[in-house]
Design a protein around this ligand. Structure first.
Ligand code: SF4
Length: 237
């Protein structure tokens, strides 16, 4: 059971967590490759239930020929699907990317929209994707909650919640203002590389002492020294 913590103690702990994450990585960056707001939007849509590394394998060649919604729409579903077929759910994603490209041309004059409602109205774009675009492209303070952030927020006790939206709201409310803009990247990278789903690297975690997770991975015990055989003294005859 989680221990009871006063509001002040929680605020102080949260501050320290972000202080340490910020000191370790003062300018955190996302890992998806992109060249403009539109290609970031496409990369984020392609990354659903797929690793960033997998998306980065196909996007440089794709964006070299289709870096605008007009060019992407001209590619068509079949040719796009062929180019992204190594990533999960590629057929559905190809349909969404072509549909969203057409919608951006028709409804927004070819410009990636800068408000949440318009972004979420695009095919394949949900709250998380819209938050990432608003944060990274339009400099708005938004905390997108993906699977890594959901896990870290719950394990540490930073922002417990049963749904991504609950976690997002708690993070937005609890994170000190100076850390809100980069909170998404710090927590995501921490979840991806340290606080991993199956075996969190608790022994080397820089916020271990501030984390409430009751099932932290224990440090490995150093191998026991082999015991010397005990020499029996011969009994005197
Ligand atoms: S101590 Fe373990 S569970 Fe807590 S944040 Fe670090 S890696 Fe995650």
């Amino acid at each position: 059971m989680a221990r009871k913590e006063s509001r002040q103690a929680r605020a102080a702990r949260t501050e320290k967590i972000f202080e340490r994450l910020a000191a370790a990585n003062p300018a955190p960056k996302g890992e998806l490759k992109y060249i403009n707001p539109f290609t970031l939007l496409v990369a984020v849509v392609l990354s659903a239930q797929t690793t960033d590394a997998g998306v980065n394998k196909v996007t440089p060649a794709l964006f070299a020929t289709a870096d605008t919604p007009e060019k992407m729409a001209a590619l068509g579903v079949e040719r796009l699907a062929e180019r992204i077929k190594t990533i999960g759910l590629y057929r559905t994603k190809a349909k969404n990317v072509i549909a969203l490209s057409r919608a951006i041309v028709e409804r927004h004059g070819g410009q990636t929209p800068r408000d949440r409602e318009a972004l979420e109205a695009l095919p394949g774009v949900g709250r998380k994707t819209a938050s990432i675009i608003l944060n990274m492209v339009f400099d708005q303070v938004e905390i997108a909650v993906d699977t890594h952030i959901f896990r870290v927020a719950n394990r540490t006790g930073l922002a417990p919640g049963r749904t991504p939206r609950e976690v997002e709201d708690a993070l937005t409310a609890n994170t000190p203002p100076e850390y809100r803009k980069d909170a998404h990247h710090w927590l995501l990278l921490h979840g991806r590389y340290v606080c991993k789903a199956r075996s969190p690297a608790c022994p080397k975690c820089i916020i271990r002492d501030l984390c409430e997770y009751p099932h932290k991975t224990p440090a490995r015990a150093s191998p026991a020294k082999p015991m010397r055989p005990v020499r029996r003294r011969r009994a005197p005859r």
